[in-house]
Design a protein around this ligand. Structure first.
Ligand SMILES: [Zn+2]
Length: 440
């Protein structure tokens, strides 16, 4: 039990005192170049927490006198051979460190700690380096974040996983009933990243209260087919449709959602630009397009929902997002994470091979922090856990040596796709991508 408490402490995102920060390599805690002025945390666009498209996208840094939209295509030119070297060992240490302590400015991520842990764990898994963590201890910690049904099951529609132990509830590694607390509820992105993390760590889901998770998920769906993040009410958009689809897929039970309504929501989110927005009538966006297309792939409905002509139009919109790396919308700067969001969409639509792989790789590597590891969204910016993870996933889509193959719809290493609850996965509509590694 002591060792379990130890993990809880290790994974606590307590603000790091500035005295300690000063011992960390400078570029980890302060701007790496004096001309860069932080205007908000790069974690602002964490997946809200696990998905793209948050309102904070594209607001992290400004450059003295140059503005946000400087042409990063220029940045790639003249990159030395040395800068184009992928440094996996540095990234392993970066993810290890992310599981132990984060800079003080990340304290606001306290309630999303599970998602940060997912980026680190899946990142380590992609680098085939999970041996550097104590899997059993982290599994106990994740289970302690499950919102369990109380004895009378009166809180079923609040079940799922919470992001951290911020409420101060007693440690309970999912081995008994839950304890009622008026502010205790699961968060859809935390449930998704908790299940993914358990799968990555080799857990068999035996302590996942499947029916409670599904009941909690059903309670989050709105009449238009979209999902909120928490039962108390929140934004509702395509990010959470994707989280819901991943949860149902991982639990191998689609009773957690009204699939027809969600499909209708995705269809109605098709904008006049021929890609998907966060909802009906909203601007097309690389993140929401990924969430919608990946959700349909997980449901096995992609080709039922969109005609060949519509899919071709989506392909065209996505192809046009490449500058050197990818951006999420026209006239926005390229950003490391879109090499995954848009790259994975193009992979699912089977035309990623027609993109310019070399320029994409060069851009991603231009955002690599060669000193402390990790990737930033832009060159010469701070690395953060989200971009570190999606930088690696973006490289994985291109077959970078030393990185495992990422599953483009589920966003975890591909061969993990055996189903914890035992059925085969041919129904997901990704047969050519999935069937061969489906170990049942
Ligand atoms: Zn980004």
């Amino acid at each position: 039990m002591n060792s379990v408490r130890g993990v809880r402490d290790v994974l606590t995102l307590k603000p790091v005192p500035s005295v300690i920060c000063q011992r960390v390599p400078t570029s980890y805690v302060t701007a790496s170049s004096p001309e860069l002025l932080p205007v908000s945390s790069c974690y602002g666009d964490r997946l809200a927490s696990a998905c793209p498209g948050s309102s904070a996208l594209g607001t992290s840094w400004t450059r003295g006198g140059r503005g946000l939209l400087w042409d990063m295509a220029e940045e790639e030119d003249g990159l030395s051979e040395e800068r184009l070297l992928f440094l996996p060992d540095r990234h392993v240490r970066y993810f290890q460190r992310s599981l132990q302590a984060l800079p003080e400015q990340c304290a606001s991520l306290e309630t999303s700690r599970l998602t940060i842990a997912f980026f680190a764990l899946s990142g380590l898994d992609m680098l085939d380096s999970l041996h550097v963590v104590d899997k059993a201890e982290i599994i106990e910690w994740i289970y302690s974040l499950q919102v369990l049904p109380t004895e009378d099951e009166s809180n079923l529609d609040h079940c799922g996983f919470r992001g951290s132990s911020c409420l101060g509830l007693l440690f309970n590694p999912s081995k008994g009933h839950g304890v009622y607390h008026p502010y205790d509820s699961g968060h859809i992105a935390m449930t998704y990243t908790a299940l993914s993390s358990l799968l990555i760590l080799g857990d068999d889901f035996s302590r996942v209260h499947k029916q409670a998770c599904l009941a909690g998920l059903r309670a989050l769906q709105l009449t238009d087919g979209s999902f909120c993040a928490v039962p108390e009410g929140s934004e509702n958009d395509m990010r959470f449709v994707y989280c819901a689809s991943c949860i149902c897929y991982l639990l191998d039970d689609w009773s957690g959602m009204d699939m027809a309504k969600s499909i209708d929501y995705i269809r109605r989110s098709m904008s006049y630009e021929n890609a998907l927005g966060q909802g009906a009538g909203l601007e097309a966006h690389g993140g929401s397009t990924f969430c919608g297309i990946a959700s349909l792939c997980l449901m096995g409905k992609l080709e039922e929902v969109f005609s060949d002509k519509e899919l071709d139009r989506i392909r065209r919109w996505c192809m046009l997002r490449q500058q050197n790396g990818f951006h999420g919308r026209p006239n926005k700067p390229v950003d490391t994470c879109y090499s995954f969001w848009v790259g994975a969409t193009l992979t699912l639509l089977d035309i990623f091979k027609y993109t310019n792989l070399e320029r994409n790789r060069n851009f991603i590597l231009s955002t690599q922090d060669r000193l402390v590891g990790g990737f930033a969204k832009w060159p010469d910016s701070h690395p953060d856990a989200l971009h570190a993870y999606f930088g690696i996933c973006g490289l994985s889509l291109m077959g970078e040596s030393g990185i495992q193959e990422v599953h483009p719809a589920l966003n975890i290493q591909r061969w993990l796709l055996r189903k914890p609850f035992g059925s085969n996965c041919e129904h997901v509509g990704l047969d050519k991508l999935v069937t061969k590694e489906c170990v049942t």
